[in-house]
Design a protein around this ligand. Structure first.
Ligand code: PLP
Ligand code: COI
Length: 339
């Protein structure tokens, strides 16, 4: 194994030693296979290649100060993967198989779980694809579920330093009654044009709006959006955003801290009155936002005037990470220790 500079890890692909796979055939999931190949061999008419039968998850394994490895709310990821499967008519994955494969992939690559104290974690990428052959537009009869892992640093290169994002109206990530609420590859394909343009224009991510009226905030690229206003934690309610497990956790932590939680449509104009805003997700953790520029009107909303994350965002970030790395009591039963 090469020497890894844990604190310098970007968020990206990192080759590890093994991945695990299970094939769904004749209505049943097969034996878990361990592979050291980074490649899969699939039919050229597999539905994942033509009709987007693909869903994935994003989770992390954290090594605590006690050197133990922790998974965070894995059952929520398993449940969300089943929702994604339902949404695009793929085979469903039972909790037990999901857990067995995720833990096996982590254990087999244990040496790549970053040591405590470097702000890094082992990213876990479960993915499910239609491998059955179809040329007409039909769901596959066969599927492949696999899990690969790799050590990562923060999603945005800024880490916990505030980022600048861009509101766009000429490209939608998801339709109101479409697939925005599930984690399927097509949503990400649909977001690429906007996010690459935003990056070229100097922004870390896009703030997508609800597609029908373009009045309300949906989500921030690969992360949910939240705002702090006085004693309130405010986050969008929308049918076209991914129900983020990080956001769900932050809502609970905010409540524990005595904040009032509001999950409701959030109008763009409200940005002017927020004290702090941020993006949250497994990969992004919390990314404080210092500036939002509306690409159409050129209106600018500014936060973090001193260049630093706001106090509530910082408290939430510290609390969440303390639980994930086992530094603080896990009151809500979110953490699973791998033994
Ligand atoms: N929204 C989108 C579009 C995402 O891809 C992600 C990442 O998984 C999130 C939100 C955050 O979700 P979670 O906190 O469950 O990782
Ligand atoms: C995550 O936060 O886990 C994600 O999946 C985001 C992105 C890399 C798609």
């Amino acid at each position: 194994m090469q020497n890894i500079e844990w604190e310098k890890l970007p968020f990206g692909y990192f080759k590890t030693d093994y991945n695990v796979r299970s094939y769904y055939r004749d209505g049943n999931w097969g034996e878990i296979e361990v592979s050291s190949s980074e490649y899969i061999n699939i039919h050229m008419a597999a539905t994942c290649l033509h009709y987007g039968q693909e869903a994935f998850e994003g989770m992390k394994a954290y090594r605590g100060s006690d050197n133990k490895i922790r998974l965070f709310r894995w059952k929520d990821n398993a449940a969300r993967m089943r929702e994604s499967s339902k949404g695009i008519l793929m085979a469903q994955m039972p909790d037990e198989l999901f857990y067995e494969m995720v833990t096996k992939a982590v254990r087999l690559n244990e040496k790549y779980v970053p040591p405590f104290g470097h702000g890094a974690a082992l990213y876990i990428r479960p993915l499910l694809i239609g491998t059955g052959v179809q040329v007409g537009v039909n769901p596959a009869k066969e599927y492949l579920f696999m899990v690969f892992v790799g050590p990562v640093g923060p999603y945005f290169k800024e880490g916990f330093n505030p980022v600048t994002i861009q509101i766009v109206r000429d490209i939608d990530r998801a339709a109101p009654l479409g697939t925005g609420h599930i984690k399927v590859g097509g949503n990400y394909a649909g977001s690429l044009r906007a996010s690459e343009r935003a990056k070229a224009e100097g922004f870390a991510a896009v703030l997508f709006l609800e597609a029908k009226e373009k009045k309300y905030i949906d989500e921030a690229g690969p992360a949910n959006f939240f705002a702090i206003k006085g004693n309130k934690y405010i986050t969008p309610k929308s049918d076209s955003i991914l129900p983020s497990i990080t956001n769900k956790s932050l809502m609970q932590l905010a409540q524990d801290m005595g904040l009032e939680v509001e999950r409701r449509p959030v109008a763009v104009e409200e940005l002017a009155g927020f004290d702090e805003v941020g993006a949250c997700g497994t990969a992004a953790i919390i990314s404080p936002i210092k500036k939002i520029v509306d690409r159409d009107t050129q209106k600018v909303y500014e936060f973090c005037k001193d260049g630093k994350a706001g106090p509530v965002s910082e408290q939430l970030y510290n609390k969440l990470q303390a639980i994930q790395y086992g530094k603080e009591e896990d009151k809500h039963g979110w953490v699973t220790l791998l033994d």
